[in-house]
Design a protein around this ligand. Structure first.
Ligand code: NI
Length: 169
C-alpha cells in the first residue's frame, strides 16, 4: 500500500525517532509499503518519519529498482565511520521540487538490522553514502536544509512559506 508522504512543516520531521524494538509482520509490512511509496514517488531513499511514523528505519535503492542487491532496508541504523567528502545537489521527498547543494561524506560505513532482525554492515560510496547520511539524519529530526548557511536556509523557508500560503505545498 502506498503511504502518504509528509512534507516539511509537519512537526514529525523534526522529532528524534524511537528505536524499533519488535521485528514482526507489522514491521515487514511497513518496510514493503515504504519501498512501494519510495519507488512511486520516485526517490532513492525514504525514512519512516516521512510517512508519519517516528521510528528509526529507512529504505534505500540507489538503482531505482534495477538491481535487487541495492534494495536495502535499514532498521535502527548507526553510522560507524565516514571518509572524504562530496558536494552535490540533493533532494528530499518531503521537499518536493527543492534541490540544494549539500556536502556529504564520500564514504559511509554503517550498521543496521534487516527486517528479520539480523545485523549487517554496509560500506557505501558516492550516492549510496549520500543517501545513508541523509536518511539517518531524518531519524534524528535533521533535515537537509540544516546543512545550508543561515541565509540560504531562510530563503528556502520563505519560498516554502509562500508555497504553503498559495496551497501549492
Ligand atoms: Ni529526505
Amino acid at each position: 500500500m502506498k503511504l502518504r508522504i509528509v512534507k516539511y512543516g509537519d512537526p514529525i520531521l523534526t522529532k528524534k525517532a524511537e528505536p524499533v524494538t519488535e521485528f514482526n509482520e507489522e514491521l515487514k509490512q511497513l518496510v514493503a509499503d515504504m519501498f512501494e511509496t519510495m519507488y512511486a514517488a520516485p526517490g532513492v531513499g525514504l525514512a519512516a518519519p516521512q510517512v508519519g511514523i517516528s521510528k528509526r528505519l529507512f529504505v534505500m535503492d540507489c538503482s531505482s529498482g534495477k538491481d535487487p542487491k541495492q534494495k536495502i532496508a535499514f532498521i535502527n541504523p548507526e553510522i560507524l565511520s565516514t571518509e572524504g567528502e562530496q558536494i552535490g545537489d540533493e533532494g528530499c521527498l518531503s521537499f518536493p521540487g527543492i534541490y540544494i547543494e549539500v556536502r556529504r561524506p564520500k564514504r559511509v560505513i554503517a550498521r543496521a538490522f534487516d527486517v528479520e532482525g539480523k545485523q549487517f554492515t554496509i560500506d557505501a560510496m558516492d550516492l549510496a553514502a549520500r543517501c545513508i547520511a541523509h536518511e539517518t539524519d531524518h531519524l534524528d529530526g535533521e533535515l537537509f536544509i540544516n546543512h545550508l548557511s543561515p541565509l540560504k536556509k531562510e530563503l528556502i523557508k520563505a519560498r516554502i512559506k509562500k508555497l504553503i500560503k498559495t496551497g501549492r505545498w
